[in-house]
Design a protein around this ligand. Structure first.
Ligand code: HEM
Length: 120
């Protein structure tokens, strides 16, 4: 059985990878360097990290015994996860990656706050 600590190690590593990949995609796009092999590698890292953040998040919930009726803060995390998972597509479709970059800087500490304080 996968332990709470193992899920936490996976969660922390993968959300760092997720933030780093979104951040890098934004910076490269702003400098017209988001293309070719560089783009493929970043998309692979992003996909892997995004999938494992979700799996480890639900693993943590299971180990915390929160299986029946999720607390409200989890819905905020799920919304942020959807946003970060869609961000490469958003960056490609929208004119500027700046709002996505800004939301990485704002949403990351907010996610940490939600998980640690569990305010609602
Ligand atoms: C958007 C990406 C996400 C980020 C940046 C993020 C960030 C964090 C952080 C900073 C922590 C605290 C780690 C610690 O205690 O040291 C945490 C814990 C946690 N996260 Fe996430 N998270 C994300 C997505 C998710 C998702 C999608 C779920 C649920 C499906 C989830 C569920 C949890 C749970 C259950 C904990 C453990 C809380 C505890 O140990 O008391 N997270 N997350």
């Amino acid at each position: 059985m996968i332990s709470y600590s193992a899920y936490k190690v996976a969660h922390i590593s993968c959300f760092v990878y997720l933030m780093v990949s979104v951040f890098s995609i934004c910076i490269l796009q702003m400098n017209a360097l988001y293309e070719g092999q560089r783009r493929k590698n970043l998309l692979r890292l992003h996909g892997f990290a995004s999938a494992f953040v979700l799996v480890s998040g639900f693993g943590l919930l299971a180990r915390l015994g929160m299986t029946h009726g999720l607390p409200t803060w989890i819905y905020f995390k799920l919304a942020a996860w959807v946003f970060f998972s869609m961000s490469p597509a958003l960056i490609k479709k929208t004119i500027s990656p700046k709002p996505v970059l800004g939301s990485v800087l704002f949403l990351f500490p907010f996610m940490a706050f939600l998980a640690i304080y569990k305010p609602f």
